[in-house]
Design a protein around this ligand. Structure first.
Ligand code: ZN
Length: 262
């Protein structure tokens, strides 16, 4: 069973200055049994880094309209059943279960703040300025803010297929973005700048070998990459091949639509 000490030591061994902000993605279950669960992993991050941010996305606010812009990788009018299940975004809405237990532990932390995007909010500690840069059409701005401070991506027991910062880098490189809609107390809100599919993102890993810090922790690994180097690598890959980092899943709507773009 892994303990707070195990996680804290592993994060220390990554050898990243504690003053560098981090955006973290984590799978608790990848590490087997963890004494104290999500709170333990969160506490280990907070003892090693002054500024920690995680995605606290809320997909259950999403609705599908009857009509909308073309080439948007969505089937308009298909949401009759799912729209009925949608929930209004509230600032205290839990992070989606898909994000894992740790973002929700962070969101609930007494010192944490959360941004207000009705689908793609981030939660974090000592990252208020970065969170404030987010807009409904520029949802990934907080990642840019962390990059400008020399920030890092932390991947605890997960790979680049959950690395939201690659979406930021794709958008910076000019890749097609989408529009999605969220239910809010003010009505249905269109959210532009919505990213594509991340299933093909592990292809970036070989490009980052030189700059990746990696430590073994129990049955899994913790890796870290600098946001600046990640952004440069993604930009280079898309310049060489406009279809880089797309997935090969047949019927993937967003990757299919991205392939059609020039
Ligand atoms: Zn895809």
């Amino acid at each position: 069973m892994l303990t707070f000490r195990d996680f804290s030591d592993a994060l220390k061994r990554l050898d990243i200055e504690r003053t560098r902000p981090v955006i973290a993605h984590a799978s608790l279950s990848a590490f087997g049994e963890v004494r104290g669960g999500a709170e333990t992993v969160l506490a280990a991050m907070l003892i090693n880094f002054d500024q920690v941010m995680m995605p606290a996305f809320t997909y259950k606010t999403m609705v599908t309209p009857e009509v909308g812009p073309p080439d948007n990788a969505i089937t308009y009018g298909s949401g009759h059943d799912s729209n009925r299940m949608a929930e209004f975004f509230q600032p205290d809405m839990p992070a989606d279960r898909m994000m894992g237990a740790i973002p929700e532990a962070l969101r609930r932390h007494p010192k944490a703040c959360r941004s207000e995007h009705p689908i793609l909010s981030f939660a974090g500690i000592n990252v208020e300025a970065a969170l404030k840069t987010q807009t409904s059409d520029q949802p990934l701005n907080p990642i840019r803010a962390l990059k400008e401070q020399g920030g890092w991506v932390l991947l605890l027991g997960v790979d680049h297929t959950v690395n939201t910062s690659i979406h930021y880098a794709e958008a910076e490189a000019g890749r097609k973005q989408f529009v999605r809609w969220a239910l809010t107390p003010q009505g249905v809100v269109a959210c532009g700048g919505f990213p594509g599919c991340s299933d093909g993102f592990q292809a970036v890993a070989p490009r980052l070998r030189q700059v990746t810090h990696r430590v073994q922790l129990g049955p899994s690994q913790v890796t870290a990459v600098p946001l600046e180097a990640l952004t440069i690598a993604v930009r280079a890959m898309l310049a060489e091949d406009p279809q880089a980092l797309l997935c090969i899943r047949p019927g993937c709507e967003r990757c299919g639509e991205t392939r059609k773009q020039k």
